[in-house]
Design a protein around this ligand. Structure first.
Ligand SMILES: NC(=O)c1ccc[n+]([C@@H]2O[C@H](COP(=O)([O-])OP(=O)(O)OC[C@H]3O[C@@H](n4cnc5c(N)ncnc54)[C@H](OP(=O)(O)O)[C@@H]3O)[C@@H](O)[C@H]2O)c1
Length: 328
């Protein structure tokens, strides 16, 4: 089959499609993939930077995917959480994310997965949309609802308006009737986010952006923070008792400098860590998508043999929505 095997860490140029062996299928279901969404995680593993992103090589990257079950012909999308376990509070010790090895990921024509990782593809979604949905949607759903308990009428600030997780989070939060504000360095992305339902947007490169945003929208119940280095600003945005949903470290390698702990505890604010999600979270997310009024935002679709170009676009941070690989 055609697939992308990561054999060394590096820039986008280390990625290329080639003929590779088909996956081992014992106890698994074979899926003929149509599309595979690209996530920031894939680039972190490609570079091999940071804890959790240096698997034993080679690996087939890719956590998101949609395709056709070879045994039944059913159209499916992939749940990328492997071996979550029984607790809804956190994942088991044997938890893994698809595409981080040793299980082969979705940058390939075929993937073999346990049956419990396959869910019916939402009928209204095109292949590119379905294949781009899983990891970002699962993460956003768990953060906002399972961990953050977001309700109608509450205010949530979502950092990084154009990213995969932030855009689906924006769409989910708007759907339940929350007020959503976003941040971005790009006025175009802020405008597009407001077209998707955000009530306000602020350029985080401006000094005191968090104070300006708080003046505009008031205090937030939740801040979805995928940047990490922004933790102080996120805490300053919260109302007393509010929570930062910490789910990424895009900024400054996830290192937080100069955080004043008193700004947290004196106002009963909380920082809640969250990563990926359980099968229950995924089912809840798909229920929200099934109505047909949430369409994942797709920036661009590349054929599998242009995987290096697709990763270059991700690295350049020039996207509004998901970048997707197509095997068709
Ligand atoms: N916990 C989990 O399970 C989980 C799941 C998925 C992703 N993640 C993590 O979440 C993060 C987001 O991933 P992603 O693929 O959705 O997006 P991403 O490609 O990492 O982009 C995030 C966005 O953050 C914004 N940003 C960057 N530096 C910033 C800063 N200093 N201040 C404010 N905003 C900044 C940028 O927005 P603009 O371009 O608009 O300026 C960028 O587009 C990554 O760190 C990823 O590893 C975690």
């Amino acid at each position: 089959m055609q697939g992308v095997l990561l054999t060394e860490h590096g820039g986008p140029e280390v990625l290329a499609a080639a003929e590779i062996p088909e996956p081992e299928t014992t106890g698994k279901v074979l899926v003929e993939l149509r599309t595979a969404g690209i996530n920031r995680r894939d680039a972190l593993i490609r570079e091999g930077i940071g804890p959790g992103y240096r698997p034993r090589l080679p690996v087939i990257l890719g956590s998101d995917g949609a395709g056709i079950r070879r045994d039944t012909g059913e159209e499916v999308i992939v749940l990328p959480s492997l071996r979550w376990g029984d607790s809804q509070r956190c994942a088991s010790d044997s938890f893994a994310v698809l595409g981080g090895g040793p299980d082969g990921g979705t940058y390939a024509e075929l993937v073999a997965l346990p049956e419990e990782n396959l869910y019916p593809k939402p009928k209204h979604l095109a292949w590119a949309e379905a294949g781009a949905l899983s990891l970002s949607g699962l993460t956003a759903y768990r953060a906002l609802f399972t961990v953050g308990d977001l309700r109608a009428g509450q205010t949530v600030v979502i950092l990084g308006a154009g990213s995969g997780v932030s855009l689906i989070a924006l769409q989910l939060a708007v759907k339940v009737g929350a007020r959503v504000a976003v941040t971005s360095s790009s006025q175009d992305k802020l405008n597009l986010a407001q077209e998707l339902g955000a009530v306000a947007g602020v350029d985080y490169t401006q000094p005191d952006w968090e104070l300006h945003l708080r003046d505009e929208i008031g205090e937030a119940d939740l801040v979805l923070d995928s940047v990490g280095s922004t933790l102080q600003e996120s805490v300053m945005l919260l109302r007393p008792g509010g929570a930062v949903l910490s789910m990424g470290g895009t900024g400054a390698g996830g290192i937080v400098d100069g955080f004043d702990i008193r700004t947290l505890y004196l106002k009963h604010k909380r920082i809640l860590g969250t990563a990926m999600g359980s099968p229950t979270d995924f089912a809840g997310f798909l229920d929200m998508v099934a109505d047909g009024d949430i369409d994942p935002v797709i920036d661009s679709v590349y054929p599998l043999d242009e995987v290096a170009e697709a990763h270059s676009q991700l690295d350049a941070n020039q996207r509004f929505g998901k970048i997707v690989l197509s095997t068709a």
